[in-house]
Design a protein around this ligand. Structure first.
Ligand code: PEP
Ligand code: MN
Length: 359
């Protein structure tokens, strides 16, 4: 499906789209105070606040509902900011449109469900409004693309994606692991689609918010969505990841934003020979990997002749442990060495299985 996306906002040059506001609208005062402080700092373009909150378990605060919509209207009138809220079904869409919400966002728990996102798409037929689509909770690029396609097919062309990270079972410093490559792959598939990083839901905590925001900007993302609350510790949802308007403004001011959108041509002096070196090393890596697979195949022949299993866990642990140790001495993180070696090991196993069963 060939699609042409339009920007969700008019903006000058390469300025990032900055969206901020509380996780949830809690009261008119809380909404107005956050919006006024953010508007006074003159950084943001769009004010966010969740009116309907999709909570993981029942019994948690599920949003104030439609009574919060006039509060957002007041934000528009008094601050001139655009406003956005999450919609998860057709009733939300109708209520939000009626209230004059400028931009709709689709949450991770809606993108994950084709029935739900289709219901939202159907409710949007014939409406011209920007829609931003968060990634699904699970790391599935196609599901994210599918959600965007459903909205596009409803006739919406001002669409952006929001990268908010993915659920993960296990130890991680993030609330939702970023898997940056998935967002990069989305960009490869949809080159003119704007991508905004929701650093709040990736981090789930305040201390790494700026690092993640900066990484997104270094990866040439188009903007940020960040949760901001006048009294973060007392927030009714997502307290641990929210920051005050003043902290938000300080964060934005101390970040560096790329000035230009251009790809750096390889002919530029100061970069051309470095890129030449990189190309050579990449070729060498491919050659080495190919040699490694040929040797793995020979081992596969031995295992076949002796009726041995392909996977040898002790040996694999040894390889991994040794490489992580050497890597750390050479400035490579454990995470990186592990990911690379696991990919190599997977490929070796596939080569050996082919030898054993002759596929
Ligand atoms: C939110 O933005 O507050 C929210 C519920 O986010 P997500 O859909 O990313 O979980
Ligand atoms: Mn939230």
């Amino acid at each position: 499906m060939s699609m042409t996306f339009k920007p969700i906002l008019e903006r000058e040059g390469k300025r990032p789209i900055l969206i901020a506001g509380p996780c949830s609208a809690e009261s008119e005062e809380q909404v107005m105070q956050t919006a006024r402080e953010l508007a006074d700092a003159k950084q943001i373009d769009v004010f966010r606040a969740g009116i309907w909150k999709p909570r993981t378990r029942p019994g948690e605060f599920e949003g104030v509902g439609a009574i919060g919509l006039p509060w957002l209207k007041r934000v528009k009138q008094e601050t001139g900011l655009k406003v956005t809220t999450e919609v998860g079904n057709k009733d939300h869409v109708f209520e939000a449109l009626k209230a004059g919400i400028d931009i709709l966002w689709i949450g991770a728990r809606t993108t994950v469900n084709p029935f739900s996102i289709q219901e939202v798409a159907d409710a949007l037929k014939g409406v011209d409004i920007p829609v931003i689509v968060k990634n699904p909770v699970n790391p599935d690029l196609k599901l994210w693309m599918g959600g965007i396609e459903r909205i596009y097919k409803a006739g919406i062309t001002r669409i952006a994606a929001i990268h908010r990270g993915f659920s993960f079972h296990g130890d991680t410093k993030y609330r939702n692991v970023p898997h940056w490559q998935i967002a990069i792959d989305l960009k490869r598939n949809f080159p003119d689609l704007e991508i905004i990083c929701d650093n709040s839901h990736i981090c789930g905590r305040r201390d790494i918010l700026q690092d993640v925001a900066q990484k997104a900007m270094d990866l040439n993302f188009d903007g940020l969505m960040t949760e901001v609350h006048p009294d973060p510790d007392k927030a009714w949802s997502d307290a641990a990841q929210q920051i005050t308007p003043a902290q938000y403004t300080a964060m934005i001011k101390s970040m560096t934003f790329p000035a230009a959108d251009a790809e750096v041509p390889s002919s530029v002096e100061g970069i051309s020979h470095l890129r030449g070196d990189i190309d050579e090393i990449d070729q060498e890596l491919i050659n080495l990997l190919s040699r490694r697979m040929k040797i793995a195949e020979k081992i596969g022949e031995y295992k076949k002749a002796n009726n041995l299993p392909v996977l040898q866990t002790t040996r694999w642990n040894e390889i991994l442990g040794k490489s992580v140790e050497i890597g750390s001495k050479k400035g490579l993180s454990e995470e990186f060495v592990t990911v690379v070696l696991k990919a190599i090991h997977d490929e070796s196993i596939n080569h050996q299985i082919r030898i054993m069963h002759g596929e």
